[in-house]
Ligand binder design. Structure first.
Ligand SMILES: Cc1cc2nc3c(=O)[nH]c(=O)nc-3n(C[C@H](O)[C@H](O)[C@H](O)COP(=O)(O)OP(=O)(O)OC[C@H]3O[C@@H](n4cnc5c(N)ncnc54)[C@H](O)[C@@H]3O)c2cc1C
Length: 389
């Protein structure tokens, strides 16, 4: 069994070689951590309340934008600093996966911010907010119609001006989740589907069967599902529409600024596009509302009327796992690490968060500038929160 000790936030654990690790939740964080721990030689059991192939995770619904600038403007500059780690890390992780013949589409092509002529003031305000909040190196580049045409000819007809953020990227999230599952299984990871669990130090409890498993360390990556054991976790509803059309080509995510609703269109494989997303402070995870469907589809149509003939292949809602301050957090104690709060930025923040969890488990002392933001000892009062019972 693990010998854990406390000294400094970053040196309180030291997972011995070939430890038994149980991970609750096989969404984005659970799969990334399972993969990295297996590569490091540990034995991993990954539990999910649903299926691994038709995942109910927010990670499966997500658009997969890795957009430190656009996200920071809507939240806080910290997201920009955390997100820069993501931009650096993703190509390395994907190179590691593709060595194993598991290619994942990742495009570092930037993103475009657009507004119709009548809404130009929104674009000016956006540029102004960016200047106020973010460093010079993050400032976007103004494009005129000809430059928009050079980058994205299929939207140029309808827009006179745009802002271009060359640093941003996007990833095919579903291809990634599937590649991670394959690699976890290749490395001998045990994937246990349709099994809701509760967590405590060194113990994972299967709720239906009532069985209990003792391990060296438990990682809680249940997203909104961790709410029953983590006071402050909340779900924030997001709805997306997925369409398919051969009429339009986009190389990069496009965001449309609009006085009433904002929308993004993210290109996916097979000429599919994810259009999203609503952001509603509600834990209602029922299907997409008529109003949201109308708003998303109408705004899409104004980017290029050819979208009118696109076929709707999916309309889905899901809950983004958030904490009160909308920041990610890693809570730790002997034999238990809980990770949550990736909110709207899971793909952007996963690299920095996963690296801090791995360092914590290895007992590495790092002088990461994010230790104080991300790492917190488990609050004793949280341990008393009732479970499902
Ligand atoms: C509409 C939408 C669009 C988004 N777009 C983007 C984007 O463009 N870019 C970006 O960076 N982020 C985006 N996100 C956010 C991103 O998806 C999340 O931040 C990320 O998925 C959180 O990862 P996670 O592993 O914490 O949770 P999840 O991915 O939700 O995974 C949690 C897993 O835990 C399982 N689980 C729950 N309860 C239990 C239990 N009791 N026992 C066992 N398993 C359990 C669930 O089934 C699930 O598989 C979007 C999210 C949504 C909803």
């Amino acid at each position: 069994m693990l010998e854990l000790y406390f000294a400094h936030v970053n040196t309180m654990m030291n997972l011995p070689e070939k430890s038994d690790v149980a991970i609750a939740g096989g969404g984005l964080l659970g799969r990334l951590l399972a993969w990295q721990l297996l590569e490091a030689g540990h034995r991993v059991s990954l539990y999910d309340a649903g299926s691994f192939t038709e995942s109910a995770s927010a990670a499966h619904t997500a658009a997969g934008m890795i957009s430190p600038i656009s996200e920071a403007i809507d939240t806080e500059p910290l997201m920009y600093d955390l997100g820069l780690v993501g931009l650096e890390q993703w190509p390395q992780w994907l190179a590691q996966l593709s060595v194993e013949s598991l290619p994942v589409h990742y495009a570092h092509q930037g993103s475009l911010i657009l507004a119709h002529h009548r809404d130009q003031s929104l674009l000016q305000q956006y540029a102004h907010d960016m200047k106020r909040q973010l460093p010079e190196s993050a400032q976007g580049q103004w494009l005129d119609k000809a430059s928009i045409n050079a980058l994205e000819p299929d939207v140029a007809d309808h827009f006179q001006q745009a802002l271009f953020f060359s640093q941003e990227a996007h990833i095919d999230n579903r291809q990634l989740l599937s590649a991670l599952l394959t690699r976890i299984q290749q490395l001998g990871g045990e994937c246990i589907a349709n099994t809701a669990v509760d967590v405590s130090a060194n113990t994972i409890q299967c709720l239906d069967a009532g069985t209990v498993k003792q391990v060296d360390c438990v990682l809680d990556c249940r997203g909104v599902g961790a709410k029953v054991q983590w006071n402050g976790v909340r779900g924030v509803r997001g709805e997306i529409v997925r369409v398919q059309t051969d009429e339009i080509r986009l190389q990069r995510p496009v965001r449309l600024l609009h006085p009433r609703y904002q929308l993004y269109v993210v290109p996916k494989l097979n000429n599919e596009f994810v259009i999203g997303a609503t952001q509603i402070e509600s834990e209602d995870n029922s299907p997409v509302s008529v109003q949201s469907a109308l708003e998303l589809n109408s705004a899409l149509y104004t980017i290029n009327p050819a979208f009118a003939e696109a076929r709707i292949v999916e309309m889905t809602s899901n809950l983004r796992p958030a904490l009160n301050d909308n920041r990610p957090q890693i809570q730790y104690d002997n034999g238990l690490v809980k990770v949550n709060g990736l909110y709207r930025h899971g793909y952007l923040l996963a690299p920095v968060v996963v690296q801090h969890v791995l360092d914590l488990l290895q007992g590495k002392t790092t002088n990461s500038p994010f230790n104080d933001v991300l790492l917190k000892p488990i609050d004793v009062s949280q341990k008393r929160i009732a479970s499902h019972a």
